[in-house]
Design a protein around this ligand. Structure first.
Ligand code: ZN
Length: 381
């Protein structure tokens, strides 16, 4: 938008001061640049979906039993350990995530959001604890990050509950984290091709950021102070952190185009409603991506009803989760969480054994198909 305006201004200036030859050249440039603009937020077509998944099959990397030291590298199994905030296991999982994005290479940048917060007494510990949110941004190396830039923001929490002892939280939220790692890999090459072929990409209005949130779970008992440590901290931080633009200072939280939170995914027969009228459009797009993938026969799960049900608008439901600190500050949210929750929720049974491999495979493709379309990657996959 801003680039088009600049060229148009140039045309007017040239028309007044220079010859008609220059005017003609400028008009040609304007036409070329306008024609070269990729379509954004469009659905992938059937061929594009096929191409994407033959290049990036979600398995075996998302198989919970796939060995950690294998090639291609396992994404899910290294997360299936207790990972209480501040623990050595938590650091190991952080390293696993960071190493994955390091492997993906150019275009990804990492912001480590370290902070300390007071926690109630638990397991003989009290006082404060260290937390770390990991934020990965994908943008062209020379992106000018102007005022119109927004980030599609995908979120899952990587911490696990303190109790019961040995709790793994396979659906809560090891699987959602692994799906986001897979998605990042599946969109990186297409994004780079778009940057190379699209003259506007350096001034891209829409980027991608993926947040692995820490401290979602309560340490002792869920309350406003004992839960959502990472999300509360980051929402506050991004509301107060501002950047100077030609038209004034704007906060980081205003740059979130849509906050998409994945939680409790990986168990069989999920049914996900839409929770917010404001983002029902996004819910419908995700449902359409699922329908397309099922239609062309890539989905593995056999279901009576699709995972995402856009006709079930559950606007009176209240689920406290990492989206709430952002929602309260005005951020639009799509909450991808099944209702009812998996039967294993917050028990030791929320483990690898009770995951459904077909469902994990399908969620990863449904979400990635939708996101690739949202980012305008269709012709670049
Ligand atoms: Zn939980």
């Amino acid at each position: 938008m801003s680039a088009k305006f600049t060229v148009l201004t140039m045309v007017i200036v040239l028309a007044r001061r220079q010859s008609t030859v220059l005017l003609g050249l400028a008009l040609l440039l304007l036409t070329t640049l306008t024609a070269a603009q990729p379509l954004q937020r469009t659905e992938l077509d059937e061929d594009q979906v096929q191409t994407l998944y033959s290049a990036y099959p979600p398995l075996p990397a998302l198989d919970p039993h796939y060995s950690a030291g294998s090639s291609p590298p396992a994404l899910l199994s290294p997360i299936l350990i207790p990972r209480i905030p501040g623990s050595t296991n938590s650091t190991a999982v952080q390293n696993h995530i960071v190493n994955h994005f390091t492997r993906l290479g150019e275009g990804w940048t990492l912001i480590k959001d370290h902070f300390t917060a007071p926690v109630p007494e638990y397991g003989g510990l009290s006082g404060s604890l260290n937390f770390t949110n990991l934020i990965f941004k994908l943008a062209p190396p020379d992106s000018d990050d102007d005022i119109s830039a927004k980030y599609l923001t995908l979120v899952a929490h990587y911490d696990s509950k303190v109790a019961p002892h040995g709790f793994i939280g396979a659906t809560d939220s090891a699987v959602p984290c692994a799906i986001l790692m897979y998605l990042a890999e599946a969109v990186t090459a297409a994004s780079r091709r778009r940057w190379k072929n699209d003259p506007f990409s350096a001034r891209d209005e829409l980027g991608l950021q993926i947040i692995f949130m820490d401290g979602e779970e309560a340490m002792v008992k869920w309350s406003t102070k004992d839960s959502l440590y990472g999300a509360r901290h980051l929402a506050e931080r991004w509301e107060s952190e501002t950047r100077a633009y030609p038209h004034g200072r704007f906060s980081e939280i205003q740059n979130i185009d849509l906050f998409v939170l994945l939680d409790l995914l990986g168990a069989d027969s999920p049914t996900v409603p839409c929770f917010f009228g404001l983002t029902a459009w996004a819910c419908r797009q995700l449902a359409a991506a699922e329908a397309l993938v099922r239609k062309i026969g890539i989905a593995k799960s056999k279901v009576k009803t699709n995972f995402v049900n856009p006709t079930n608008l559950m606007t009176n439901a209240f689920i406290d989760d990492d989206h709430m600190p952002f929602l309260r500050k005005g951020t639009p949210v799509l909450h991808v969480i099944p209702v009812p929750f998996p039967v294993t929720w917050h028990t030791l049974e929320d483990n690898a054994k009770n995951l459904d491999l077909d469902v994990i495979h399908d969620w990863s493709i449904f979400v990635t198909t939708w996101v690739a379309g949202y980012l305008g990657l269709g012709e670049f996959v």
